[in-house]
Design a protein around this ligand. Structure first.
Ligand code: SF4
Length: 233
């Protein structure tokens, strides 16, 4: 397992998008305060990425073994069937912004800080995807994330972090006993090369999700991922 850290991510917030999303007039008193917060966040913020270049050791109906760590997911077993390396990752808005936000007392400003951290995470994720394309010429790639499907539950964060090594030391992200990541504005998963149009959302029945990227396909699991009974001769 080779641990790779990306921590030189240029961090510039999209002011127009922030003012619009937060319904703040830039010329108002709130606007002036938000501008001060944006400037401060840009000064201290260091979004980061940690990923590993990992080998798939084995695949069977029950689990996929990546860098000697067993992951339980049937969907993963099918998705990883044709490849021999994957890229486990964690992307974060960074400890610097998280600690700054933790010291804000005003509730409205806390909410602004939350959206600023969310934007920092999006910037880091975009940077990561561009980096992966340039570094490994992956062509098409997708990601699986623990907890987004019943098939790969959130408790598998523990195994994912085991593959990643010491994420707290590397980029300041820690995993709590309830599998929540701190800083909260962090995301984790396994990126993999594929020619398919796989999206977690295709297998997720949740109705009220504003982040949905693909329609729920009620037949997909049966068609592609269902374990067929073994025939004995
Ligand atoms: S629909 Fe929403 S909750 Fe379900 S996998 Fe997609 S983003 Fe996640």
């Amino acid at each position: 397992m080779k641990q790779i850290i990306l921590d030189k991510i240029s961090f510039k917030l999209d002011r127009n998008q922030l003012f619009k999303k937060l319904h703040v007039d830039p010329d108002s008193d709130d606007g002036k305060q938000l501008t001060i917060m944006i400037q401060h966040a840009e000064l201290i913020g260091k979004p980061k990425v940690l990923y590993t270049l990992s080998s798939i050791n084995s695949l069977n109906d029950e689990c996929v073994t990546v860098d000697s760590v067993k992951l339980s997911s049937r969907v993963m077993q099918v998705n990883f069937a044709e490849i021999n390396r994957v890229f486990p990752y964690v992307v974060t808005c960074g400890r610097e912004l998280y600690e700054w936000a933790g010291n804000i007392e005003d509730m409205l400003e806390q909410y602004w800080a939350d959206i600023i951290m969310e934007q920092a995470l999006t910037i880091a994720l975009k940077y990561f995807h561009i980096h992966m394309q340039e570094e490994y010429r992956l062509g098409k790639f997708k990601a699986m994330n623990p907890g987004s499907l019943e098939d790969w539950p959130i408790s598998q964060q523990r195994e994912l972090f085991q593959i990643l090594g010491n994420a707290r030391e590397a980029i300041g992200v820690e995993l709590t006993d309830s599998y929540l990541m701190l800083p909260v504005k962090s995301t984790s998963g396994i990126l993999f090369q594929t020619e398919s149009n796989y999206e977690n959302c295709q297998l997720c029945p949740r109705e009220d999700c504003s982040n949905r990227r693909a329609k729920y396909n009620t037949e997909l699991y049966e068609e592609k991922y269902k374990i067929l009974p073994h025939h004995s001769m």
